[in-house]
Design a protein around this ligand. Structure first.
Ligand code: NAD
Length: 300
């Protein structure tokens, strides 16, 4: 099957304009690609464009970009609620919709019908197996995981996930694409949670359980992560940014796939998500707040 070559990649369809989709669209547009940003929600698209403008104006303030470069990058982003419009001419599709296997499979099945044969599909899933999603399409060889990290404009690493049938040509394209957008690609093999989310869920899960056991409070755990281990953020602050719902989905999936009790979703995650506390409102307008808001802990 013929697939697009890296120098022919001009148009990138970014499906899902939430926390991750916004960051990916920003970085890809800044690197000179045309981006078609698609979401089922008009509000999400509006929020996303404002979020991208805010993020880029901080870079201008820091002297990393000029106003002109920001304007040019913004002009390269088109928004739409139509999947057909977003993807019918795309060379590369990057999916960042919620972490639900059935939703992603349905989306990729539709994309497979809309997109030309050359188009390469990438999923930004945190944990769901690439091989499983690829099986919903007729192009499992042109299907790869591009696992970006939050916040995308800042985090340099991208976990490039090789599904069981991903071709070497597609891996090479993914690696070169990451380099073109200023990221450092790290190739891993497929499996639930790949390397990063599996390792991270075991670490974060332990922090949630130690909080539930009354060993230390939320603020204190975050302080220990920063002051005792020199981490830039503690686990609770990090989930307020990255999404409590996202981590719940990841842990549910890892527990279901591995049966390993280290991944059993802690009650505190389930409770907050059911109550609508999905993380800091700054990053998710649909959320009532994060851990700090729910427990009434002042933020620093
Ligand atoms: P989010 O909830 O912030 O955004 C998801 C967006 O997808 C929403 O705007 C929603 O309206 C849109 N959407 C829902 N169904 C859609 C459809 N059928 N077509 C188009 N758009 C649709 O989620 P997020 O945090 O950006 O996560 C997206 C993906 O990225 C998930 O798979 C998640 O696991 C993964 N991820 C998240 C993080 C993180 O820190 N949040 C990090 C790495 C990877």
């Amino acid at each position: 099957m013929s697939q697009v070559k890296i120098d022919e990649v001009k148009v990138v369809a970014q499906i899902g304009a939430g926390r991750m989709g916004s960051g990916i669209a920003e970085v890809v547009a800044r690197s000179g690609f045309q981006v078609v940003l698609m979401d089922i929600s008009e509000d999400a698209l509006k929020f996303s464009i404002n979020f991208i403008k805010g993020s880029m104006s901080r870079l201008v303030a820091k002297g990393k970009f000029t106003e002109k470069e920001v304007e040019e990058a913004l002009a390269r982003i088109k928004t739409t609620t139509s999947l057909q419009e977003a993807s019918s001419n795309a060379d590369l599709v990057i999916e960042a919709v919620p972490e639900v296997m059935d939703l992603k499979k349905k989306l990729f099945k539709d994309l497979d019908e809309i997109c030309p044969e050359r188009t390469v599909f990438a999923s930004n899933t945190s944990s769901l197996m690439i091989t499983d999603m690829a099986a919903a399409t007729n192009r499992p060889d042109r299907f790869v995981g591009l696992h970006f990290f939050n916040p995308v404009p800042i985090m340099r690493g991208v976990e490039v996930v090789k599904g069981a049938l991903t071709s070497q040509e597609t891996i090479d394209l993914a690696v070169e694409f990451c380099k073109k957008i200023g990221k450092v690609p790290i190739v891993v093999n497929d499996g639930p949670g790949f390397f990063t989310s599996r390792w991270f869920a075991a670490w974060a899960g332990e922090a949630f359980r130690l909080f539930e056991a009354g060993i230390a409070g939320i603020k204190e755990i975050d302080q220990m992560a920063k002051l005792c281990f020199n981490m830039p953020m503690g686990p609770f602050e990090l989930h307020d940014m990255a999404g409590i719902d996202v981590q719940l989905h990841v842990m549910e999936y890892l527990f279901q796939e591995t049966g390993d009790p280290r991944y059993a979703p802690p009650l505190i995650l389930k409770k907050l998500v059911k109550a609508g506390y999905l993380g800091d409102k700054k990053y998710n307008p649909k959320s009532k707040g994060g851990f700090y808001d729910y427990f009434g802990i002042p933020k620093e």
